[in-house]
Design a protein around this ligand. Sequence first.
Ligand SMILES: Cc1ncc(COP(=O)(O)O)c(C=O)c1O
Ligand SMILES: N[C@@H](CCCC[NH3+])C(=O)O
Length: 418
Amino acid sequence: MEDFHREGEALYCEGVPLGEIAAAVGTPTYVYSHAALERAYMDLVDAFAGLDFMVCFAVKANSNLAVLRSLAAMGAGADIVSGGELYRAVRAGFDPKKIVFAGVGKTESEIVAGLGERILLFNVESASELECIERLASIHGKKARVALRVNPGVETGTHEHISTGHENSKFGVPVEEALQLAERIESYRCVELIGVHQHIGSQISKLAPHVEAIEKSAELVKELKGRGHDIRYFNIGGGLGVPYRGDETLPSPLEFVDAIRPTLKETQAKIICEMGRYIAARAGVLLTKVVYRKRTGEKSYVVSDAGMNDLLRPSLYGAYHEVVPVNGSTGSVAGADLVGPVCESGDFLARERDLPDAGEGEVLAVLDSGAYGFTMASNYNSRPRPAEVMVRGGRWAVVREREHYADLVKGEIVPAFL
Ligand SMILES: Cc1ncc(COP(=O)(O)O)c(C=O)c1O
Ligand SMILES: N[C@@H](CCCC[NH3+])C(=O)O
């Protein structure tokens, strides 16, 4: 959080007081620190030093064009999961040779778009998808480069909604099937097998599941090479967790890489890592204003102008985000809930917490919201999605305008028969 810090009473993002941004742009607003993005990206780059590697940012974590452009300019690649993310990644300036495309449900048009952009590779998740890629590549006169996404069958200990590498997960294929698919590719004319991919989940707080999974997947790399396949890439996925609570310590990128370095080296493949959260989470905060204070019996509520439609993580996963006042505070209120205006009992940003005893009109910052914040925002309750701001040094700019009511009905049509 060093890029978000206090000077006197005021909370700053780099050289800019967050109160200034809230006053100028309104709330709710996501604010991103360019320096924090760079710091996290460089942590990863430094950790992988000595290996042949590429860091591909998981675009789903934060797909704002300014964030993507920043990372592309730093030299990052992109991990995408949809045609929309491909569109954004290309517009943001990522080199297609550094774009990898995952996802269990790639449609024909998404595959064709990926082939058209000559992306580095498709991470293939099923036999049917592989067949589809071969057919489309053949029709369009292209050669598709693929990696097989293997499911190493490892429990991660993270929230069940964001765990992907256990048995019976919809993601990837078991090792046995990966070997069969590799054999099948030999009879395909337009698909070239160049990699192995795995990703076991997100916000993983221990090294052991990563180590176990990467060792298992590395065995597959070796086995495929032994069978004569030219496996040039080993994509180890993302998933490195970040400390959302002040007292948490999680493995650093260096500890992560050191734990797997011999295994990675042995594969003699170029390593791809697809971190999203590690790069973006701590680079963003959500600014929200206290609309009302209220009490129900013993319970104290802080009602904010941001709700679950703006930041879904607390409601969906029971996720914890630190909440702090932007302009200093008069102490805290115990056992309180920070709730939004959405008509759902599950609409909260913080629950049963010691919260800032902020008065109506005061601005709060919900910390570590740079990953899976805006990208999971919705228009539920016909609420325009928040603005996004990027800070770099002493400069800042709106990088996504707050939505207007007209945006809410864009594309809707009332037919003549009504
Ligand atoms: C295939 C793939 N790669 C990378 C990521 C990024 O994960 P994280 O943000 O935890 O690094 C995800 C999301 O879990 C994913 O599904
Ligand atoms: N949306 C999740 C992460 C999912 C990762 C996608 N595979 C979160 O906010 O923690």
